[in-house]
Design a protein around this ligand. Structure first.
Ligand SMILES: [Zn+2]
Length: 121
């Protein structure tokens, strides 16, 4: 389990994963750590990506990486291809192709929807 998590740590992880998994091609997203009704969320306003991670989960390194990289794939698809696919098929062909590539190349366990992750009660 991770100790204290905050948006600075998430941002640092984002930079690390950008280098490790995306060859550093992603522009920096704003990172937020707040209570959400989901585990993670990606939004984009005028080309500026934002990643939201919920704060009511006992994150482990693995589950946080899984959710953060998942949101980063949304940013990858949106910013590299800028297709409406992002809006209408959030987990469409480009998303899945990148997800499989990262899973195969780096042994990650990125999924479309996270399993075995629970909100703190
Ligand atoms: Zn998603």
């Amino acid at each position: 389990m991770i100790g204290i998590l905050n948006k600075k740590i998430i941002k640092d992880l984002y930079k690390e994963f950008n280098t490790m998994y995306f060859n550093g091609v992603l522009s920096l997203c704003d990172c937020h750590y707040i209570k959400l009704d989901v585990f993670g969320r990606y939004t984009n306003q005028n080309g500026k990506g934002k990643i939201w991670i919920t704060n009511d989960v006992d994150w482990t390194e693995e589950t946080l990486r899984e959710v953060l990289v998942h949101e980063m794939i949304h940013h990858y698809v949106k910013s590299i291809f800028d297709k409406n696919e992002y809006l209408f098929f959030r987990h469409g062909f480009r998303f899945r192709r990148m997800m499989k590539k990262l899973n195969n190349e780096f042994g990650l366990g990125i999924t479309i929807s996270v399993k075995n992750l629970h909100k703190r009660v």
